[in-house]
Design a protein around this ligand. Structure first.
Ligand SMILES: Nc1ncnc2c1ncn2[C@@H]1O[C@H](COP(=O)(O)OP(=O)(O)OP(=O)(O)O)[C@@H](O)[C@H]1O
Length: 341
């Protein structure tokens, strides 16, 4: 089972009115894997998640659960699939009821013993025990979010599909929820697919990230793969503060530096620019003038003007320079990111 796809879509296309939102999407998730679907607002993330959940129909293509095509939601009595739980952005909780009652409601179809066990487990996993008698109206946004996930998990789905599960949460609640989801995966081997536009959430939680851009999955990879080798500048700009550097800004210093070519584009992450203090020779180098020095907590972020634009440098040391300073940076061969033009 472990090597076969639990849930997958093949060649999915979807348009609303005359506007095509998704074009030829393939995606595949195995048991106990966590996948993030990342992309800009309005790019089609929710639409794809709903198609995966069997809640809306694609115009063409197939959704497969354990290699069996899912029933078309337009024809099914109840759209969806019992092994797939979907949590919408608006949570859908029962008003005027307590946390515990909301969980019991999600377990109505099950026998008392199973329902009781599940309720106890989920209250614990989602840190809801102290709140179990509290009415929904009195819960904070983060508490409601945890309860919504607990309700989605109530029936022990094989796949949990979460649409923006961490929006409006403060950092510590977000952390708690992300860790709770990791615990759910570890304890119950649930596969999780979540939608986000936040790279930190995707990096922290996901085994694989799918970048949705311009109607297609532009890149799929582990967080490290996507960071170290973004497929193109659009992906790089989506996941962070990326420096695109024109070829004529970069000096090749060493014999082993790969030859730069006009047919390629180059870039580097701010933390991979090494500030040169003397005459050290590195594979590549570039120069500029500091425009601003910004304290970011764990590092200083320098905005530097080059002859053709601005770049950013993340400096881990106690940077003592100031605006107007002339600076030089080195880049190691393996840190220079290369794209085809
Ligand atoms: N039922 C619908 N009818 C018409 N257009 C729709 C419908 N649902 C979504 N759209 C459009 O499809 C596009 C993709 O919407 P979707 O909600 O999937 O994007 P998203 O990436 O999840 O956005 P966000 O991050 O803002 O939630 C948008 O332009 C949206 O307006």
């Amino acid at each position: 089972m472990n090597n076969t796809a639990l849930l997958s879509v093949r060649n999915i296309c979807k348009q609303f009115d005359e506007f095509e939102v998704l074009h030829s999407i393939d995606l595949s998730v195995k048991k106990a894997e966590i996948h993030a679907i990342m992309g800009r607002s309005g790019v089609g993330k929710t639409t794809l998640l709903k198609i995966l959940a069997g809640l809306i129909a694609a115009d063409s293509g197939t959704v497969l659960y354990q290699n069996i095509p899912l029933e078309n939601p337009d024809e099914a009595l109840i759209p969806g699939h019992e092994e797939l739980a979907y949590m919408a952005q608006d949570f859908r909780l029962l008003k005027n009821r307590s946390v515990e009652e909301n969980l019991k409601d999600a377990l109505l179809a099950y026998n008392d013993n199973f329902a009781e066990e599940q309720k106890t487990l989920l209250l614990k996993l989602m840190r809801l025990e102290p709140l179990k008698d509290k009415r929904i109206e009195l819960l904070s946004g983060g508490e409601k979010q945890r309860l919504a996930i607990a309700r989605a998990m109530a029936t022990q789905p094989e796949v949990l599909l979460l649409d923006e599960p961490f929006t409006q949460l403060d950092k510590s609640t977000r952390q708690l929820l992300m860790d709770a989801l990791k615990e759910i995966r570890a304890e119950l081997a649930t596969a999780i697919i979540f939608v986000t536009h936040d790279v930190n959430e995707a990096f922290y939680l996901a085994d694989y990230i799918h970048i949705l851009e311009d109607r297609q999955i532009m890149q799929t990879g582990t967080p490290q793969q996507i960071y170290q080798r973004p497929g193109n500048a659009r992906v790089a700009n989506l996941i962070g503060l990326f420096n695109q550097i024109p070829i004529n800004e970069i000096n090749e210093n060493r014999e082993n530096a790969t030859l730069l070519m006009e047919t390629e584009q180059y870039g580097v992450w701010p933390d991979k620019l090494i500030m040169l203090t003397g005459t050290e020779e590195m594979d590549y180098s570039l120069k500029g003038v500091v425009k601003s020095v910004n304290f970011m907590g764990a590092f200083f972020l320098l905005k530097v003007e080059t002859s053709t634009g601005f770049i950013f440098h993340a400096n881990q040391a106690q940077f003592s320079g100031k605006s107007g300073d002339e600076v030089a940076f080195g880049i190691n061969n393996e840190d220079l990111i290369v794209f085809d033009s």
